[in-house]
Design a protein around this ligand. Structure first.
Ligand code: SF4
Length: 340
C-alpha cells in the first residue's frame, strides 16, 4: 500500500499520472493531507466517490497510530507514535503561552547509537533509521490529533539526526515546501557528528544548527557523551567555526546543567572561554531528574549563577523553561516505560 502522508506534491502528481487522473486531483489530495490533516481517503469529500474507491485500492493516508499520549498541565503533549512494524518513537508538542508558536520535537531514529549517559533513549541502543515519511508522520499525527497547525520543528527527539541525514533533509524539504514551515523555524540538533556538520555547512541551509555540547572539556564531555571519543571537542570546535564561516549563521549551543557535575562557576568560565570566538547563542537546560540514573537537577541559584557568568562572554544566554515536568518528558522516558 502506498502511504500518501509524507509524499511531496510532485510525488502525488506522479501518482495521479499513473492513475490517469488530473493534476488538480493531486493538489486536492495534497491539501487534504497537509492543510486539513485528514486521516482517511473517505474524508477527502471533494473527490468523487468512484475516485476515492479507486485510490483506496492502492493507497492509505497513514498507517501509523498514536499508541499513547500524555498531556502536561503546562500544555505540553507527548505522543508515542507507532509504525506498522511495531516500532515506536516519541514526539512532543510544546506550546509557549506568550507566543502563538506550536513547536513539534520530532525523532529521527528508533533508538540511538550515541548512548549519552543522561539519556533514556541511548540506554536502549539503536534499532533503525526512520524514513522521511515516518519523520513527517509525527507532525501530521500531532496536527490530526489537535487540529492545530505546527509552526516550528526541532529535530531533538530520539536519535541522532546527522546519522540519518538523507531522510532528515528530505523531511526538512517537505516541512518547508509542503507544510509551509519556514526553514528558519526548523532546528537540527546534533551531538557533534562532524561529517554531518561539514555537509550542512556546504549546503548552506537557512535552518538553525544546534549543538549538544554539555561540557567544555574532553574529560567531562566524554563522561556524558561517548561520541566525544570519536569526535573530540577540539575537532568539533574547528568544524563549528568553519560552519559559521561558510554559512554566516549563528548556531545554538545546548547545555544540560547537572548538579555538581557541570554546573559549577569554574566550568561556566571554561565554557565561556571555549565559545568566545564562536558565533552562537546558548541554551541552558536544567536537568530533569529521572529514576533511571543518579544525575540531579541543579538548584535555581546555581542555574542563575552559571547564566550570569556565561553572559560575561557577551553571548545571549537563555534558560529553557521546564516543559512537561509532570509527564515522562525527558527523551526516551515514555517509550522506555511503555516497552517495559
Ligand atoms: S541525547 Fe540524543 S544523541 Fe544522545 S543518546 Fe539520547 S537521543 Fe542519542
Amino acid at each position: 500500500m502506498i502511504m500518501l502522508a509524507g509524499m511531496s506534491l510532485k510525488e502525488i502528481e506522479s501518482l495521479m499520472v499513473k492513475l490517469k487522473a488530473t493534476q488538480f486531483r493531486a493538489k486536492q489530495i495534497h491539501n487534504w493531507i497537509y492543510a486539513k490533516s485528514v486521516s482517511s481517503i473517505d474524508d477527502m469529500t471533494n473527490l468523487s466517490k468512484d475516485f476515492r474507491e479507486e485510490l483506496k485500492q492502492i493507497a492509505v493516508v497513514t498507517d501509523t497510530k498514536i499508541k499513547c499520549k500524555q498531556i502536561s498541565c503546562d500544555g505540553t503533549i507527548k505522543y508515542l507514535v507507532e509504525f506498522p512494524d511495531g516500532n515506536c518513537v516519541e514526539t512532543v508538542l510544546m506550546r509557549f503561552d506568550n507566543r502563538a508558536n506550536l513547536t513539534a520535537c520530532v525523532s529521527s531514529q528508533v533508538g540511538c547509537a550515541v548512548n549519552c549517559s543522561f539519556c533514556a533513549t541511548g540506554k536502549g541502543g539503536f534499532v533503525r533509521n526512520l524514513t522521511s515519511s515516518e519523520i513527517i508522520e509525527q507532525v501530521l499525527a500531532i496536527q490530526r490529533d489537535t487540529q492545530l497547525k505546527v509552526t516550528n520543528i526541532v529535530f531533538m527527539g530520539q536519535g541522532e539526526p546527522l546519522l540519518n541525514l538523507d531522510n532528515v533533509l528530505k523531511a526538512l524539504e517537505i516541512f518547508n515546501t509542503d507544510f509551509q514551515i519556514g526553514a528558519r523555524r526548523i532546528t537540527i540538533s546534533t551531538s557533534g557528528i562532524i561529517p554531518g556538520i561539514n555537509k550542512l555547512a556546504d549546503m548552506d541551509l537557512q535552518s538553525t544548527l544546534a549543538i549538544s555540547l554539555h561540557a567544555p572539556n574532553h574529560e567531562l564531555r566524554s563522561e556524558l557523551m561517548p561520541i566525544e571519543n570519536k569526535y573530540s571537542i577540539t575537532e568539533l570546535k574547528k568544524a563549528l567555526k568553519e560552519y559559521v564561516e561558510k554559512t554566516g549563521r549563528r548556531i545554538t549551543v545546548e547545555y544540560i546543567l547537572i548538579h555538581g557535575f557541570n554546573d559549577t562557576p569554574a566550568v561556566a568560565k571554561e565554557l565561556a572561554y571555549l565559545i568566545k570566538d564562536i558565533k552562537c547563542n546558548i541554551n541552558l537546560i536544567p536537568y530533569n531528574s529521572v529514576i533511571e540514573n543518579d544525575y540531579k537537577k541543579p538548584s535555581n541559584n546555581d542555574v542563575m549563577k552559571f547564566k550570569y557568568l556565561l553572559e560575561h562572554s557577551g553571548k545571549k544566554v537563555t534558560v529553557r523553561l521546564e516543559r512537561g515536568a509532570d509527564i515522562d518528558a525527558a527523551c526516551g522516558q515514555l517509550r522506555g516505560r511503555i516497552a517495559q
